[in-house]
Design a protein around this ligand. Structure first.
Ligand code: HEM
Length: 403
């Protein structure tokens, strides 16, 4: 059967509960796990909601990651053909393999663990500042955003003092309703910023990652242009601060809404590693999932996906699949290893996942330790959720404590 034979659904986007993916995913997963999907540009593709199918497609090289050829499931996509140089996410092997090999050595578990003392310091400084400011404090600008921003800036060698330049543009790019003209300007400005930085590092090298890549690019085997270096830097900068920032703020919100589990974590902070994996699964902040394009006709679960069709892999639905997870809609911080798909799967699985983990393993327990009476300063339903952004989270999180 192919898509034309069945009425196409629209991507579910309306949540009835802020901590659960749209309820429509439940029925889709049960009744139409591979559903024809109508895209805003008029194309028809597919929406996959089961864990097994999503994981299989992510590992299947008959599907391409080149989003510049894909339809976008939501009105505007942050990806455009002009973003191609250096954009790892949009590449397929063997080009992807070449880039990825060059980068993975800088993001290993060991390298990221070596960063722990500095991350602990950054976390402690921001908690001190929150303490000094006194309650109420908005966790997003006070802690959740600056901590990963500062970490990725130091790792890359991007001046943190210039954070407004990239934070505002990142927000513009990741907002669903940004007009195309404005998004294009933000993309160009970010790329130009990175190109200038590449130039500056060539003249004044330091010991951070962009300099290392600039130097590695001189090796004829690497053969990287400045535009490609700028693209890589831009991806690392955007992916490196926006994602973890939202996990920290949304994760705190969900912990405060599950006081029993929060208390258990306070009592046993050594349980933070499984707790973080469960928060990643439960929250799946890439709320619209990810996309692939079929390179050839592919048959999956009795459906024929045609060459050129876009397939949306609903990571949030897959991470709540009852066939894979017991009681998937319950947050259970003691859940064991679960093969969640919050970092994706296959060759594009998140390059920065070990960094994100180290940051969260340090930041959550430190926050809870420093403020034993931490609580929401507003009713939970007044917390503004990021329904309007590619990456889910909270726009603000007003917190208070007994000072
Ligand atoms: C909790 C935080 C994070 C989440 C949930 C997350 C999620 C993801 C997901 C789902 C993908 C795969 C997308 C796909 O297959 O289409 C991905 C790729 C990627 N992520 Fe992350 N990410 C996080 C943190 C980070 C950090 C801190 C960095 C910074 C270094 C980073 C850099 C990247 C890069 C460079 C890729 C592209 C990898 C490739 O195409 O080979 N991410 N991320």
């Amino acid at each position: 059967m192919d898509a034309a034979q069945f009425p196409a659904v629209a991507l579910p986007v309306q949540r009835s509960c802020p901590l659960d993916p749209p309820a429509q995913y439940h029925s889709l997963r049960q009744e139409q796990p591979i559903a024809p999907l109508a895209f805003p540009d008029g194309a028809v593709g597919w929406l996959l909601t089961r864990h097994e199918d999503v994981r299989a497609v992510l590992a299947d090289d008959r599907f391409s990651s080149d989003r510049t050829r894909a339809s976008s499931p939501v009105r505007s996509s942050p990806f455009r053909p002009e973003d191609r140089p250096g954009m790892l996410l949009n590449m397929d092997p063997p080009q992807h393999t070449h880039y990825r090999r060059m980068l993975t050595r800088y993001f290993t578990v060991r390298r990221m663990r070596d960063l722990a003392p500095r991350i602990e310091q950054i976390v402690a400084d921001h908690l001190d500042a929150m303490h000094t400011a006194g309650p109420p404090v908005d966790l997003v600008p006070a802690f959740a955003r600056p901590v990963p921003s500062l970490v990725i800036c130091e790792l890359l060698g991007v001046p943190y003092a210039e954070r407004d330049v990239f934070q505002q543009r990142t927000a513009t790019l990741l907002r669903l309703e940004t007009p195309e003209q404005e998004a294009r300007q933000a993309r160009r400005a970010l790329r130009q910023y990175m190109r200038d930085l590449v130039e500056a590092k060539r003249e004044h090298p330091d010991d951070a990652l962009i300099t290392t890549l600039v130097q590695a690019a001189q090796d004829p085997q690497a053969a990287l242009t400045d535009d490609e270096l700028a693209g890589l830097g831009m991806l690392l900068l955007v992916a490196g601060h926006e994602t973890t920032a939202n996990m920290l703020a949304l994760g705190t919100y969900v912990l405060l809404r599950h006081p029993d589990q929060l208390e258990a974590l306070r009592a046993h902070p050594e349980g933070i590693e499984p707790a973080v994996e469960e928060l990643l699964r439960y929250l799946t902040i890439l709320q619209f999932g990810t996309v692939r394009v079929a390179r050839q006709d592919v048959e999956i679960g009795g459906r024929r996906i045609r060459a050129g069709q876009t397939v949306v892999l609903a990571l949030a639905a897959a991470n709540r699949d009852p066939e894979h997870f017991a009681h998937p809609d319950e947050l259970d911080l003691s859940r064991g290893p679960s093969q969640h798909l919050a970092f994706g799967h296959g060759v594009h699985q998140c390059l920065g996942q070990q960094l994100a983990r180290v940051e969260m393993h340090i930041a959550f327990p430190a926050l809870l330790r420093r403020f034993p009476t931490l609580r929401l300063a507003v009713p939970p339903e007044e917390v503004p959720m990021r329904d309007d952004m590619f990456i889910y989270g909270v726009h603000a999180l007003a917190l208070t404590w007994d000072s």
